[in-house]
Design a protein around this ligand. Structure first.
Ligand SMILES: C[S@@+](CC[C@H](N)C(=O)[O-])C[C@H]1O[C@@H](n2cnc3c(N)ncnc32)[C@H](O)[C@@H]1O
Length: 243
């Protein structure tokens, strides 16, 4: 199932559609537990939003009183972020070049869904190493919000995978497809599968340790027509620190 991977978000239509998203349906569960996790694990307010896309995760951090800079590899996504939030600080980074942020300068790096789109283990490890370098020591934290492998094999309030049965046979590093139901653009997003076991290997290889890990489930009390979300966690949130 290996195929050449290109960033599906570097696309004007996709960027426009993504810019309309806030935190509907299944996305709500990815962000619900973040404020409590940050209160528990992060001291200080200097933050980087790595893979900020159209800026909703950067604005989320700012609303929690972080001084957040957003970076992304897609200028098309950044244009949308700047258009929505002209006061925000959104910067283009070529893969892996975060040198302008110095070393040991950040209390928090958030990577919300970014690693779903970084294709190879080598690139993931290199990005993780670079993010670890940015964290203050001791105490700096990287919060990686990633898609659980199960998200690609079930139906959800915000996603459908029923047209992609090949997802079920996918292994670490394989492309998987998922349709976002909250936006008009129904072309599948192509992500790269990465299991919990593989993520933990990559974190270790990058000199990071898992400080906390959360797999959010819906309670059923939310005003959302859940599909799988009360039984199967769609996301994993890893809080990481330097090993
Ligand atoms: C699913 S979007 C998430 C955007 C945002 N974090 C949010 O929660 O709305 C993933 C973003 O990661 C970006 N991305 C992919 N690879 C990246 C890399 N190596 N460095 C920085 N950004 C990257 C993509 O361009 C895309 O905008």
């Amino acid at each position: 199932m290996t195929e050449t991977f290109s960033n599906v978000y570097d696309d004007a239509d996709r960027a426009r559609a993504y810019a309309e998203l806030e935190f509907p349906g299944t996305y709500y569960l990815a962000f619900r537990d973040i404020p409590a996790l940050l209160r528990k694990h992060v001291r200080g307010t200097r933050a980087l939003d790595f893979g900020c896309g159209t800026g909703r995760s950067t604005r989320f951090l700012r609303d929690l009183a972080f001084e957040a800079v957003g970076v992304d590899v897609s200028e098309l996504m950044l244009e949308q972020a700047r258009g929505r939030d002209p006061q925000g600080d959104y910067r283009l980074v070529a893969d892996g070049t975060l040198a302008p942020f110095g070393t040991g300068t950040l209390d928090l790096v958030l990577a919300a869904f970014t690693f779903d789109n970084i294709p190879t283990d080598r690139e993931k490890t290199s990005a993780l190493r670079e993010l670890r370098r940015l964290l203050v020591t001791p105490g700096g934290r990287l919060l990686a919000v990633v898609s659980s492998p199960a998200i690609y094999c079930h139906e959800w309030a915000s996603f459908s995978t029923r047209d992609y049965p090949d997802n079920r046979a996918a292994r670490d590093g394989d492309a998987v497809r998922i349709v976002m139901l909250d936006v008009p653009d129904r072309r599948p997003v192509i992500d790269v599968l990465c299991s919990d076991t593989r993520y933990r290997e990559l974190f270790e290889a990058a000199g990071l340790r898992v400080v906390d890990a959360v797999r959010p489930l819906a309670t059923g009390a939310e005003p959302v027509q859940w599909v799988s979300e009360t039984r199967i966690p769609p996301w994993t949130l890893y809080v990481l620190g330097a090993a």
